[in-house]
Ligand binder design. Structure first.
Ligand code: SF4
Length: 358
């Protein structure tokens, strides 16, 4: 299927398919991913119809803490924390529980529905897992937020321990297709990553797994990855756009324009219509002034920065959500804690300064 302008009903038919739960064909995927930028608005309009059906105009906020930085044995080419990276980043072992709790307090202030505790490394040690579990128990006693952990490869026994401790979600990104994965990392396999996602979901944790695009993958790779994520039935799909960091093997790669990013977000909405699609790392540098349009396809963002790069101020994101006429999704858990029905939640988009300095 060649790249060309199409009548609006073509894109709307893709939305109809998504709403019926049908998967896009490879040709239809190519039509979206290779569409000329003049087709952006009709594509986003169709994606928005799907997004609105499942999520209305709510935007989920996630805040992450880099609880263990650098010092990783793995060689993921996009990552500033890898063993082969020469990027100048902070390097430290698992932070004290007090720091993780302070992060939870900040996440609560920022109205994040989910607090993501992220640690570098191939896999967590038992001692690290215990330390994090202790912190999670305390956070759960104090705050109504969801907890997502991202600590590397995980087996089923470890996943069961996390579930028992109250962890809600486990993140482990497949990142790309099985075909392209060896071009990005050779110290672990694609199947290692798939196995971790399966361990997490078998233990009853919500699965979170997504991609990093802009690493030299083809559109076929993006399609294959989306098919895999769809088959794994993960609840949350972070879409990272490569933010090339000097000193990493992919540090000089520049692939994107904002239109390409928007088409990728719309594609994931069509492929995984009822799932949380999160605009993740690289949002600011790749979508640039078109960031608001991303929320017509995606329904979730990170607030307050990323692992080794900073993002916008929270106030800028609150303003973006408010200007779109969208609302922060406070989540059913918070509603229950306040003894309110989810539909009765007050919309809170604080003004500048309310959420602190980010
Ligand atoms: S992505 Fe994770 S496993 Fe890969 S190098 Fe970075 S911290 Fe290590």
């Amino acid at each position: 299927m060649d790249s060309k302008e199409r009548p609006d009903y073509f894109w709307e038919a893709l939305a109809d398919k998504a709403l019926r739960g049908e998967i896009l064909t490879r040709e239809e995927a190519d039509a979206v991913l290779q569409a000329p930028d003049t087709e952006l608005l009709p594509i986003l309009q169709a994606a928005f119809r799907v997004r609105r059906h499942f999520f209305g105009v709510k935007v989920r906020l996630n805040m992450l803490i880099n609880a263990k930085s650098g010092l990783c044995s793995e060689n993921c080419g996009y990552c500033a924390q890898s063993a082969v990276s020469k990027a100048k980043i902070d390097k430290y072992g698992l932070v004290d529980k007090k720091i993780i709790l302070q992060g939870a307090e900040k996440a609560d202030q920022l109205q994040a529905e989910t607090y993501c505790i992220v640690g570098s490394g191939r896999a967590p040690s038992n001692r690290e897992l215990e330390q994090v579990i202790e912190a999670v128990r305390e956070i759960k006693e104090r705050y109504p937020m969801r907890i997502c952990l991202s600590l590397g490869l995980l087996n089923e026994e470890q996943a069961a321990r996390l579930k028992a401790a109250g962890v809600d979600r486990y993140n482990h990104n497949l990142n790309t297709s099985a075909n392209h994965a060896p071009n990005l990392v050779t110290t672990h396999t694609y199947q290692d990553r798939v196995g971790t996602v399966k361990s997490a979901t078998r233990a009853g944790l919500m699965g979170c797994s997504g991609c990093i695009v802009g690493t030299g993958e083809t559109d076929a790779d993006i399609y294959d990855l989306a098919c895999e994520l769809r088959a794994l039935d993960v609840e949350s799909i972070p879409v990272n756009f490569l933010h090339p960091i000097p000193g990493t093997p992919l540090g000089d790669r520049r692939e994107f324009n904002p239109g390409r990013c928007l088409k990728i977000l719309a594609f994931f909405r069509f492929m995984c219509p009822a799932k949380e699609i999160r605009i993740s790392g690289g949002r600011e540098v790749n979508l640039r002034s078109l960031q608001p349009l991303g929320l017509y396809a995606a329904n979730s963002i990170f607030i307050g920065g990323y692992l080794t790069t900073s993002g916008r101020t929270p106030e800028a994101d609150y303003e973006m959500i408010s200007d779109l006429g969208f609302e922060i999704d406070r989540g059913e858990e918070r509603a229950e804690q306040r003894n309110e029905a989810p539909g009765e939640l007050p919309v809170q988009v604080p003004g500048a300064g309310v959420a602190g300095g980010g």
